[in-house]
Design a protein. Structure first.
Length: 258
């Protein structure tokens, strides 16, 4: 099931996206699916007539996982960490499909990172791996934008990873997905720059969620970005970057500087 967040006139709504590409419809659901479940109404819209938003604005946090693909760690001259390399992005970093990525004034080297993202569905702590599926609401595409020059000079990654618009998410949340063998692609201006697979992860989804839950109490709507495959590069004003993940869909954002 594809759960989207969108606007038609003013207030954001949630809906279920159904149909084949080019003829999809979105059925409005009552309230917030994270707390009310999926209760369909009789109101429908053509997908082309609505504006998709970030499928979730995390109520507390976005958790990133650094260097979870060996080839990506190597391309940046880094070793694979012995323990998961976790960092936080504020919810103000989140934007949705087609929202502009705004390059920060303090950086000249912002890079893209296409990633599978896990959306948490219930409050949880210290989740064993064999119970992880019970706490996941679904999966979406994400772009963990990083100010590389700032990442090198700051003593920690808050500014480099957490600037406004640094976490595009979308286009929706897929609630039913086999995450163990999915193609992840990142395209810069239509050219494939990243072409990886979730089977290349050093730590898979279940292990990551379990480890993250040992450090942080996870709340409904929290997002875990699971790491990026090799091929990262820089974006510039006027570019467009797309993340496409098998079984989910495509997230596309333009790049601007203000």
């Amino acid at each position: 099931m594809r759960i989207a967040r969108f606007v038609v006139d003013s207030d954001p709504l949630y809906g279920v996206v159904e149909g084949e590409p080019g003829s999809e419809e979105i059925t409005v659901i009552n309230g917030d699916p994270f707390f009310n479940g999926v209760e369909r109404t009789h109101v429908k819209h053509k997908l082309e007539d609505v504006r998709l938003l970030a499928p979730i604005i995390p109520r507390s946090k976005v958790i990133g996982v650094g260097r979870n693909f060996a080839e990506h760690a190597a391309e940046l001259g880094n070793e694979v960490p012995q323990q998961p390399l976790l960092f936080l992005k504020p919810n103000t970093s989140v934007i949705g499909p087609n929202d502009p990525i705004v390059l920060p004034s303090f950086s000249e080297e912002v890079s893209f990172e296409a990633e599978l993202c896990v959306v948490i569905g219930r409050i949880c702590k210290d989740v064993p791996e064999d119970r992880v599926d019970d706490v996941i609401f679904g999966y979406t595409c994400g772009n963990d934008l990083t100010a590389r020059d700032v990442q090198k000079t700051d003593l920690q990654w808050a500014r480099a990873k957490g600037f406004d618009t640094s976490a595009p998410l979308g286009p929706w949340i897929e609630t039913e997905l086999d995450h163990e063998d999915l193609t992840i692609q990142g395209r810069l201006n239509g050219e494939v720059r990243q072409d990886g697979n979730t089977n290349q992860m050093i730590r898979g989804v279940r292990e990551l969620v379990s480890i993250v839950s040992q450090a942080f109490t996870l709340l409904p709507g929290d997002v875990i970005m699971t790491g990026t495959p090799a091929g990262v590069g820089l974006v510039s004003e006027g570019d467009r970057f797309e993340v496409e993940i098998e079984g989910i869909g495509r997230l596309s954002n333009p790049v601007v500087r203000r």
